[in-house]
Design a protein around this ligand. Sequence first.
Ligand code: AVI
Length: 317
Amino acid sequence: MPAKVAFARDVDEGLSKEQKTLPSRYFYDGTGSRLFQQIMELPEYYLTRCEQEVLTTNKQAMAALFARGSYFHLIDLGAGDALKTKVLLAELTQQKLAFDYVPVDISGDAMQQLSKSLHNEIPNLKVEAVVGEYFQSLDWLQENKSERKVVLFLGSNIGNFEEPESIRFLTSVRSYLQPGDQLLMGVDLRKDPEMILKAYDDASGITAAFNLNLLQRINKELGGDFNVNQFRHYAMYNPLEGVMRSFLISLSDQDVHIQGSNKTYHFNAWEAIHTENSHKYTIPQIKMLGQLCGFRIEKVFYDSKQLFADVLFAVDQ
Ligand code: AVI
């Protein structure tokens, strides 16, 4: 199905529900990807800096655990600009490990830029960029099933899945892996709720713009007539569930027409559109999630404040 048709269908489905939703995977058009780059540099958004620290501090130990004497594919799901992965790539190259790099991302622009920058920065690295959604990238894993793989799923991307979806996704990843393969997964850990809340509701309003851009994208690509000023970003963290939820709140009673679906959607004043979940975990939860999907924890790497973890999973017989 063409991407635009799927987008129109998903938007219509979400806005036709009793409790309106829009899928967060549609945040990442050109503008959304640029805004996300800015989010990653915000003082409040600790996740990226913490993971950068985890990778920088532990790159040698990670390389030693990846090295098993045979050639492997390093597959980076949701690579983006791969700023964090570059720390690992430099280390693996320096240690002369035999591998190639397969970044996968929904953004074609990001993959083009990344291939170019890697060509300049690590000229000898073999790169095969794949453009597609996570589930599509599994095709690549299937085609190359017999070769050794280390899969990276960094940046707490797993946190944006609902629980059943995360189980389905990790189970599929596992089904394409063999004993000896590994998965390194970045997870945001439970912590002071205030700190989490600020990371998703920053003082400069970049996260608000990122969330609202989804309405602008619908206007641009599907012929919507959202008045973006009539919606507000709202974020709340539930410490019982460990879930950060983001919403767009309608500020007035209003109708929005979308040409792509040829429908008008009514919004009551203060009605919410649920746009994103970002799950925060404990290590026992991650251990259980891994077990459910056929993975065993080989090692957990933390930053110095234990706010974030990169968990290395092994695949058993
Ligand atoms: C991509 N993902 C892991 C980010 C997160 O933290 O859930 C997306 C994001 N949403 C708001 N800020 C960042």
